[in-house]
Write a protein that binds this ligand. Structure first.
Ligand code: HEC
Ligand code: HEC
Ligand code: HEC
Ligand code: HEC
Ligand code: HEC
Ligand code: HEC
Ligand code: HEC
Ligand code: HEC
Ligand code: HEC
Ligand code: HEC
Length: 321
């Protein structure tokens, strides 16, 4: 849960992320077909998760989608609009769509549908499922295996459904934020607070700030060189660079003064009173000379009634304009 009390003094996210280069089958689509053989071998190795003695699959172990369709007509029909139909285009149009995930199917077919001879993700462990999906998706989601989700056994198919997606975009089991609230009941109340990012209203998504597939930052926050970029991509006016920067914005990050999800305080501030917020760092100033010219004003008026450009200014060192 988010703390509304004392300021959480951490710039959002710690180390700027550095993403490993793209790997995996998306590259294959671009023609690096050598790697494909290994992806297929890996795909094959998932075929027998139970005994773990996967043998290398030969091309003749694959039967192709049309054969699967003879017995699984419903599933095959439903697959027409699936983005995974693109697998067929891989390997010089010799890609095997169903078997890309289910492993080579000849033994299953020759056994008349022997369920012990086909990889069924629904019966596999989360780790086995993730490995299978990452055969092709490691390039876009290289950090998944070290993410809090993977570590907690939340697998690709906890959020995605290949054959029965309720949500056309990204094969999600449910749309955001309902999908997330299924498990993150503790986070939900903050988005019902008087001031909140309009996630429930559909204006902002959890995925705008988080990458649930894992990042190098805390709380799976999206990795950007400057962590404030997560916020400033939408709040460009706070981004700068300014001639006169407010050191707090750069050093503490946006979370030095704001709460990201929701708050009892206007402007998502993490303190109920602006002056108290400022005086955490500027207490000597409140009693200082410049502010006593208008006796008491600094106590009564919010600091930002004068220091309007609190995120930085190009005109005035004290952010007055
Ligand atoms: C000769 C008919 C036939 C063909 C061809 C066939 N299957 Fe099956 N498949 C079956 C039968 C029968 C079952 C068991 C259905 C059940 O128990 O409801 C089954 C079950 C499955 C299951 C679920 C396994 C489980 O653990 O319950 C998967 C996954 C599957 N098939 C995938 C495929 C794929 C991929 C192909 C193509 C490579 C394919 N099948 C081709 C007949 C076939
Ligand atoms: C991108 C990976 C992927 C591809 C491609 C794929 N499947 Fe599946 N399949 C899954 C997963 C994951 C499950 C487990 C249930 C789920 O999560 O939807 C599954 C389950 C099944 C089942 C068992 C149904 C059940 O209710 O448990 C059958 C049968 C099946 N797939 C057949 C096929 C056929 C036929 C094709 C090709 C037209 C195909 N699959 C392509 C991932 C895939
Ligand atoms: C906790 C839920 C969750 C888990 C676990 C999860 N995803 Fe996702 N995935 C999402 C959401 C939500 C999106 C939509 C993009 C966004 O908002 O971040 C998405 C988008 C995607 C996309 C399309 C967009 C993109 O970023 O490339 C792919 C591909 C994908 N996921 C694959 C996977 C694979 C593979 C795994 C397992 C290794 C996985 N996902 C695990 C929730 C999840
Ligand atoms: C054999 C390779 C392969 C495997 C294995 C595979 N995928 Fe994919 N996946 C693809 C391709 C190709 C696309 C289409 C990419 C595109 O549209 O550019 C795709 C697209 C997706 C998308 C994005 C859909 C969208 O609307 O953008 C999601 C989500 C996804 N896969 C999840 C999974 C999950 C979950 C698994 C494991 C159950 C899995 N994939 C296994 C190759 C694969
Ligand atoms: C505007 C950006 C933003 C949006 C939108 C957002 N988050 Fe967060 N979230 C953050 C930041 C920043 C933190 C880290 C807070 C901290 O370190 O004090 C965080 C922390 C978290 C945490 C870990 C700490 C905690 O509060 O339990 C979870 C879980 C979480 N968010 C889930 C979600 C879910 C679920 C959604 C959508 C319903 C969501 N977030 C939407 C920015 C966002
Ligand atoms: C199937 C249950 C499940 C779903 C669905 C789910 N999560 Fe999670 N999430 C977890 C678990 C379990 C953890 C790890 C334990 C924890 O930190 O609470 C976690 C961790 C996280 C964290 C890291 C929290 C931290 O303290 O580092 C964030 C952020 C997060 N989830 C966001 C999301 C978002 C956004 C969605 C929706 C797209 C989502 N989750 C969907 C179960 C789920
Ligand atoms: C996807 C775009 C998006 C991202 C990312 C985002 N915001 Fe917002 N933010 C909004 C929108 C839209 C509003 C609502 C504006 C309104 O209601 O007029 C808002 C409102 C706010 C407000 C209250 C403004 C007011 O006038 O009351 C603050 C403060 C704020 N965001 C800070 C942040 C911080 C800090 C982050 C990073 C953790 C962040 N935002 C990330 C879109 C975003
Ligand atoms: C030093 C404390 C502090 C930091 C750090 C800070 N803000 Fe603010 N922010 C405020 C105060 C105070 C207000 C309210 C101003 C007012 O009431 O006029 C505010 C207001 C806002 C608003 C509402 C619109 C506006 O400009 O008045 C947005 C959006 C916002 N901040 C985003 C951000 C983002 C994004 C970051 C990080 C780049 C950030 N803030 C960093 C103190 C801060
Ligand atoms: C997290 C600590 C922190 C918070 C909270 C904070 N500031 Fe600052 N502020 C600083 C630092 C550090 C400097 C740079 C001081 C310096 O250069 O001597 C600074 C500089 C300033 C300056 C310019 C000082 C100069 O010498 O020109 C003004 C004006 C200012 N802050 C006003 C505010 C106001 C108003 C608030 C409340 C909305 C606020 N600050 C909240 C840390 C903070
Ligand atoms: C009535 C308007 C007004 C209010 C309210 C106000 N200030 Fe100022 N502040 C000023 C002026 C004017 C300056 C001097 C600017 C200059 O010298 O160019 C100043 C300067 C500063 C400086 C620069 C350092 C210094 O002492 O010269 C800081 C820091 C500062 N104010 C913080 C605050 C804080 C914190 C609050 C709220 C507790 C606050 N101010 C309330 C008008 C105000």
């Amino acid at each position: 849960m988010h703390k509304n009390g004392p300021v959480a003094r951490s710039p959002i996210g710690a180390a700027p992320g550095k993403r490993p280069g793209l790997r995996g089958c998306f590259m294959l689509l671009l023609g690096a077909s050598m790697l494909c053989a290994s992806a297929m071998a890996a795909a094959a190795s998932g075929a027998k998760p139970a005994n773990g003695q996967a043998k290398e699959a030969a091309p003749s172990d694959y039967v192709g989608t049309d054969t699967c369709a003879t017995c699984h007509a419903e599933v095959a029909k439903g697959f027409a609009g699936n983005p995974h139909n693109k697998i067929a285009e891989m390997h010089g149009k010799a890609g095997v769509t169903c078997e890309g995930c289910h492993g080579p199917g000849r033994a299953h077919v020759e056994g008349g549908g022997d369920v012990s001879k086909i990889f069924d993700p629904a019966k596999a462990t989360p780790k086995q499922v993730d490995e299978k999906c990452l055969d092709c998706h490691a390039g876009t989601h290289p950090n998944f295996e070290r993410s809090p989700h993977a570590k907690a056994g939340v697998s690709c198919t906890s959020c995605h459904s290949i054959h029965a997606s309720q949500e056309s975009a990204q094969l999600l089991k449910a749309s955001q934020p309902a999908l997330c609230y299924q498990c993150h009941t503790d986070v939900k109340p903050s988005f019902d607070m008087p001031f909140h990012h309009k996630v429930n209203e559909g204006l902002v998504k959890c995925g705008d700030c988080h990458d649930v597939h894992g990042t190098f930052g805390n709380s799976s926050l999206k990795s950007t060189a400057d962590q404030n970029l997560i916020c400033t991509k939408c709040h460009a006016e706070t981004r700068g660079p300014f001639v006169y920067e407010h050191a707090a914005v750069k050093a503490e990050g946006c979370m030095g003064c704001h709460t990201p999800h929701g708050s009892q305080n206007a402007r998502l501030l993490n303190m109920p009173n602006i002056n108290t917020l400022c005086n955490q760092c500027h207490s000597p100033v409140a009693a200082g000379t410049v502010h006593s010219m208008n006796a008491g004003s600094s106590e009564l008026a919010p600091c930002t009634s004068c220091h309007t450009y609190i995120h930085g200014s190009n005109m005035n060192q004290a952010f007055l304009r």
